[in-house]
Ligand binder design. Structure first.
Ligand SMILES: C[S@@+](CC[C@H](N)C(=O)[O-])C[C@H]1O[C@@H](n2cnc3c(N)ncnc32)[C@H](O)[C@@H]1O
Length: 250
């Protein structure tokens, strides 16, 4: 695949979906596609391999979801708080969105977490090759989210996740992580398929115990979620975006 063929396809598909990119953004997407394809030959990073599907199902889908979140939340949350891409795999959705909107990460940290070391190694190679106007706060981390411990996170967090697993399990991992890091408030932006049904808004009793904590601690989290729908084309694809507010009630 040469660069001009790639650019033609990318610009055509993004234009149909009202997304315009400048030359440096197009160049970043080309680097991403090239390195993803090369590394995918060595080990399995993604089962989606052909150019059109990568553009549609990885690049465009990633951009559309977080763009919708930004438009509907109207609170500039992606700028104010640290953002974690939880189970980021080969960087979806946050790398394409960061290429599209370079302003995120100016005032906050962007953290990519995955329990698979190969995927984190891939991201490290990728970030050496992408050019962001501002990339000093991008971190990659080989860890399970629920085991990640940091003293250096903003008081409220944005987590984003795509294809990370079953929703109740994901929410439970997030609560564990929030509890461990003493974070009381988080938003979780979850990319879901067209048939996704949001779990009822609820208060969850969450029991936390560990070797260091002698008795089980009873924590309550309030979880409320809302769904918005989006679609994109070449051929029409329908998607849902679920946004959860997760609060520790103590
Ligand atoms: C199917 S892949 C999806 C990757 C990417 N988000 C995407 O949309 O293409 C799921 C990824 O989540 C990671 N994962 C699953 N549970 C995790 C956890 N608790 N903490 C960190 N990573 C996790 C896996 O290692 C895998 O790379």
């Amino acid at each position: 695949m040469n660069q001009s063929e790639f650019e033609l396809q990318l610009k055509k598909i993004l234009k149909i979906n009202n997304i315009e990119l400048d030359d440096s953004q197009v160049q970043n997407f080309f680097e991403y596609y090239k390195i993803l394809s090369e590394e995918n030959e060595k080990y399995n990073l993604t089962s989606i391999k052909d150019l059109k599907s990568i553009i549609l199902k990885h690049f465009l889908d990633s951009i559309m979801g977080l763009k919708l979140f930004e438009e509907t939340s109207k609170k500039n949350e992606l700028y104010k708080f640290d953002i974690i891409d939880f189970g980021c795999g080969a960087g979806f959705p946050l790398v394409p969105y960061k290429i599209y909107n370079q302003s995120i990460g100016k005032l906050n940290k962007i953290i990519f977490i995955d329990s698979n070391s190969k995927k984190i190694n891939f991201l490290n190679i990728l970030f050496q090759n992408l050019k962001f106007k501002n990339n000093q706060k991008i971190m990659t981390l080989h860890s399970r989210l629920e085991n990640f411990n940091s003293t250096d996170l903003s008081s409220k967090l944005i987590l984003v996740g795509r294809a990370v697993g079953e929703i109740n399990k994901i929410l439970s991992n997030i609560m564990s992580f929030l509890f461990k890091n003493k974070i009381e408030d988080a938003i979780f932006v979850y990319y879901a398929g067209p048939n996704f049904i949001i779990p009822e808004n609820r208060i969850v009793k969450f029991y936390q115990s560990s070797k260091n904590i002698k008795k089980t601690i009873d924590v309550r989290f309030e979880i409320s979620g809302k769904i918005t729908e989006y679609s994109y084309q070449e051929k029409k694809i329908n998607r849902k975006l679920a946004v959860f507010e997760i609060k520790n009630l103590k």
